[in-house]
Every structure is written in structure tokens, then in C-alpha cells.
Design a protein around this ligand. Structure first.
Ligand SMILES: O=C(O)CCC(=O)C(=O)O
Ligand SMILES: [Fe+2]
Length: 309
């Protein structure tokens, strides 16, 4: 059984930062998810990203496979990934394309790009989008810090933003899964690994969250598409920072019998940033539940498990 949620909506352009931070706090405690509007990414650009994404995934498999994931950048085919290694599924029914941190003059770029002869506007569209979503994340993080009664520059001060691990991921869930006998998910139940995720999807339903991951039976709630809004969710490293005050909520994508596209931007800390329980989130009766961990080590291990099965 599923219920439909009405998640809080955060306006990134609101001048009332205290009230915005309070709503973020409520949302992160209750859901670990919220919508973000007025985020500065134009509708027109978002439309072009989805068009270009569609063009890429429509290419013959051979051409896509030439850009197979290396250094966590590039194409991952159907069933390459199993986000819930406890499930019996043969892997998630989705294909994807990862774009990692963009290079500048001082920094090399390990990305792979489809050839300009085949998709002339692809790279420039994705780079523009990447920069805009990155900028939205950079604006949102101080509000999250404020929501935790921290200095707005907290994430900068702990080194999370030196060279953040920011990955854009285009996702395509095919509509037809062939057979329904098996346990098939678009994306099986998981929580995101990092700091925050900014997600844009088309209007095909499928995304669901489970707020009580330890309570059986699991109750799944639909997250409806809100035109023009990003869906933001808290990742596991933010949960570790906050000693589980902010939830890294379990979520999944169910097959809707219809093709679905989405674009996720994983905004994760610099690999050298050490994530450890905030002082304000622990005390004698509620000690830290996780030991401090280097962000890069944590992410590497989570990705190893995801791609192992
Ligand atoms: O496609 C979606 O709506 C969600 C994707 C997701 O949860 C993920 O890639 O981590
Ligand atoms: Fe996710």
C-alpha cells in the first residue's frame, strides 16, 4: 500500500533565511526529503537536459558501451547496479550516465563525452546544467548549516567544499521490463551515500520513500513530481554528521509501466573531509552512533558494494 506525500517546499530565493532554515530542519527530521523551488536553474535548460539525455539513451548499445563507466564517469547499462544487495533482483532496471567534477585550468577532467559528431550539443548542455545545479547546492548548504544552528560557513570550514565530490547522473528507466515474474525495480531500496542529492525528474511516477526503515512492514509513500521543483534528499554522510537527527531516508523507484527519465546531482564532500558527529547532535545520553570517517573512504566503500553484485 502506498500513500502520497505532501513534502515541504523550500524557496531558495526567500530573504527570510531563519524561517527557511526552520522549515528545512522540520523537513529533514520528519522526511529527509523536501522540494526546492526558485533554485536558479531555468526550465528551458532543464528541458534541454532531458532532450539530450533521451538522445543519448536512444543510441545503439554498442555506442553507449564505448563510453562505459571508468573512474566513476560514463555509462552504466541495465542491471549493472543493485542498490539493495539484500534483494533477489538481478539488478536495477535502469541505465545511467555519470558526469564528475568539471575541469578548469588547474584541474584535470576525467569525464568521458559522447562524440560531437553524434550529439553536438550534449557536452555543452550538460556542463551548463552541472554548473547551475552546483551553484544551487552551494546556496542551499549554508541554509542547511543554519538549520543545524551552525555557522553558515560550516561546510566550507570543515573542508567539505574544497573539491567536493559532485556527480551528475542521468537516469533512464525503460518502460517495458519484459517479464513481471521477477522482483524488478527501477532502483531498488537504498539511501544516498553522501551529503545532499538534488533530483529532477519527468512527470512519470515511480519514486517512493520509506520513512521508518526499521519498522515492518515497510510503508512506502509516493513522492509526486512538482513542476519546476528539485527534490532534495539527505544522504548518509549528513545523517552521520547529525547523529541521525536528519534522516537519510530509504527510497526506491518502482516500474510505472512507462519510460521514465530523471537527473540526480549528488553533492558530496571533498574526499579528504572528515565527517564526524556534530557537538550539538550528541551528549552523554545520546553518544555518537558512528565513528569519524574520511568522506572519500566512505564513498569508495559504498560504491564498491553497489557495483560488486
Ligand atoms: O530516479 C529517481 O527518481 C531517483 C534516483 C535515485 O534515487 C538515485 O539515483 O539515487
Ligand atoms: Fe537515491
Amino acid at each position: 500500500m502506498t500513500e502520497t506525500l505532501k513534502l515541504p517546499i523550500i524557496d531558495l530565493s526567500s530573504p527570510d533565511r531563519i524561517s527557511t532554515a526552520n522549515t528545512i530542519r522540520q523537513a529533514c527530521i520528519e522526511y529527509g526529503f523536501f522540494y526546492l523551488v526558485n533554485h536558479g536553474v531555468e526550465k528551458e535548460l532543464l528541458g534541454r537536459v532531458f532532450d539530450e539525455s533521451r538522445k543519448f539513451f536512444s543510441l545503439p548499445l554498442k555506442e553507449k558501451t564505448e563510453l562505459a563507466r571508468k573512474e566513476h564517469r560514463g555509462y552504466t547499462p541495465l542491471y549493472a547496479e543493485n542498490l539493495d544487495p539484500t534483494s533477489n533482483s538481478k539488478g536495477d532496471s535502469k541505465e545511467s550516465y555519470y558526469i564528475g567534477p568539471l575541469g578548469d585550468v588547474t584541474n584535470c577532467d576525467l569525464n568521458q563525452w559522447p562524440s560531437k559528431e553524434i550529439l553536438p550539443n550534449w557536452q555543452s548542455t550538460m556542463e551548463s546544467f552541472y554548473r547551475k545545479v552546483y551553484a544551487a547546492g552551494i546556496q542551499l548548504l549554508p541554509l542547511i548549516a543554519l538549520s543545524l544552528d551552525l555557522d553558515e560557513e560550516f561546510f566550507e570550514k570543515v573542508g567539505a567544499l574544497v573539491k567536493p565530490a559532485t556527480f551528475l547522473r542521468l537516469l533512464h528507466y525503460p518502460g517495458d521490463f519484459g517479464s513481471y515474474d521477477e522482483e524488478i525495480y527501477g532502483a531498488s531500496a537504498h539511501s544516498d551515500y553522501g551529503m545532499i542529492t538534488l533530483l529532477a525528474s519527468d512527470d512519470v511516477r515511480g519514486l517512493q520513500i520509506c520513512r521508518e526503515k526499521f519498522k515492518q512492514p515497510l510503508l512506502w509513500e509516493d513522492v509526486p513530481h512538482v513542476e519546476g521543483a528539485f527534490i532534495i534528499n539527505i544522504g548518509d554522510m549528513m545523517e552521520r554528521w547529525t547523529n541521525c537527527l536528519y534522516r537519510s531516508t530509504l527510497h526506491r523507484v518502482m516500474p510505472a509501466g512507462k519510460e521514465r527519465y530523471s537527473v540526480a546531482f549528488f553533492f558530496d564532500p571533498d574526499p579528504d573531509c572528515v565527517v564526524e558527529c556534530l557537538e550539538s547532535c550528541c551528549n552523554e545520553s545520546s553518544p555518537p552512533r558512528f565513528s569519524p570517517i574520511r568522506s572519500g573512504d566512505y564513498l569508495k566503500e559504498r560504491l564498491r558494494i553497489t557495483y560488486a553484485s
